[in-house]
Design a protein. Sequence first.
Length: 174
Amino acid sequence: MSTISRKICLFGDFGVGKTSLIRQFVESNFSDEYLSTVGVKLSRKLVGVPQKDLLDGQDLQLIIWDIEGSNKFKAVAQNYFQGSKGAVIVGDVTQPETLNHIQEHIQTFLAVNPKSYIVVALNKSDMIAAEYLENIRKMYNFTTQNNILDTYITSAKTGNNVDEIFHTLANRLI
Ligand code: GDP
Ligand code: MG
């Protein structure tokens, strides 16, 4: 069976849980240890899509690029974005400054790929009480902007909304 491949990028500040979200999605696994990502790492996963007729019966393979997001490497990161049809921009609900950087990360990605789609993940929801999460969701909702498909509260630890972010993106890539 042949497959059709689409590149997506995960991007955001250091330590927000990019590598952990990919690991939970691809391997259904979580670790409390910090797994330092040097530069970029690629993972692959086949995903089911509702509009399978559009793919001529082929499977969709996501090629997921895990990209270090510090400002120092911004120019390098932009090279990694080339050819990407979608991105997950990640912030950490326990570190407000990482949420304040999301808008800039969106701009950085769209500067390279103006026609691509973005899903925002407000990660580590398992560490915050539900009533605060509701406020965070209101303050950091990017969904009204062009190119932004949705904003999700996620947890790489519990798996909350992890499949949803990748499937929402995958459904728009074909
Ligand atoms: P990255 O630098 O964005 O790739 O971040 P990592 O995926 O390496 O995660 C940084 C740290 O946060 C690690 O210690 C992870 O175990 C932890 N972490 C990541 N996601 C979550 C989450 O959803 N909940 C909790 N409690 N910890 C998380
Ligand atoms: Mg990482």
